[in-house]
Ligand binder design. Structure first.
Ligand SMILES: [Zn+2]
Length: 232
């Protein structure tokens, strides 16, 4: 009587141990495989570059509105909108700063140091795309609407610019401009597909008002985020 009872007892214990072990192995494998799947699906990295900052305000209106502030506000909104898709988003600046060390003199030298820092941090982050955000301004107040620029030699940059611009022109009342080639420093010197989005004209009185409002900034940000997501 004893033996038949004790042997199944041992067997049960062994089976239980084996069962727990195989569950552990399975759970480790399962976690590993989901991690790999999520990495391949969500592994895109975006570098958003809110233009100007710190010593450099960018365009300024007579009412004292700075381009650098609008650029940062929109970049932060684009980041928030891209987050749920699993795309990793970095900003070249999270606050009102520049990357020029104290004591450096000369407008062009300062500008180049600042831009090189942004390009370098995009390379270090291994960003898949670089999107620089700006607001346009002209001497006259006539021009309006968003424009996206790509480097004229960059095919993938062109595709990204076209996809963003396609979304921007869907905004009600937006000028129907197309993506344009350009030879600007940041889109020329980045190693990944890069574009400059000029979200509108601060020199246009009507657009200037809209550009400061968060509902309009949200429309612009949603279009930019959608264009980037479509690119991937
Ligand atoms: Zn600018």
């Amino acid at each position: 009587m004893r033996q038949p009872v004790s042997i199944p007892g041992k067997r049960t214990a062994i089976l239980l141990i084996l069962g727990v072990m195989s569950m552990l192995v399975c759970s480790v494998l399962w976690q590993g495989s989901t991690a790999v799947i999520s990495h391949s699906e969500e592994g895109h990295i975006v570098m958003l570059d809110p233009g100007h900052g710190g010593y450099d305000p960018g365009a300024i209106t007579s009412q004292g509105i700075y381009e650098k502030s609008i650029n940062l506000q929109i970049a932060q909104k684009v980041k928030e909108m891209l987050k749920p898709s699993g795309i990793e988003v970095f900003l070249t600046r999270e606050e009102d700063i520049d990357y020029v060390p104290n004591g450096v003199e000369g407008r062009n030298v300062k500008k180049q140091i600042d831009l090189n820092h942004r390009i370098d941090s995009s390379n270090e982050a291994k960003a898949d795309v670089f999107v620089s955000l700006h607001v346009n301004a002209t001497a006259t107040g006539q021009n309006s609407g968003a424009e996206t620029f790509y480097h004229y030699k960059a095919e993938s940059g062109k595709r990204l610019a076209v996809l963003i611009q396609q979304e921007l022109i869907k905004i009600p009342g937006m000028n129907r401009r197309s993506a344009k080639p350009g030879d600007f420093y940041v889109i020329k010197n980045t190693s990944m597909p890069a574009v400059i989005v000029e979200v509108g004209y601060l020199s246009n009185p009507k657009e200037q008002k809209k550009l400061q409002q968060s509902w309009y900034q949200e429309q612009l940000s949603r279009a930019i985020a959608k264009g980037i997501a479509n690119y991937f």
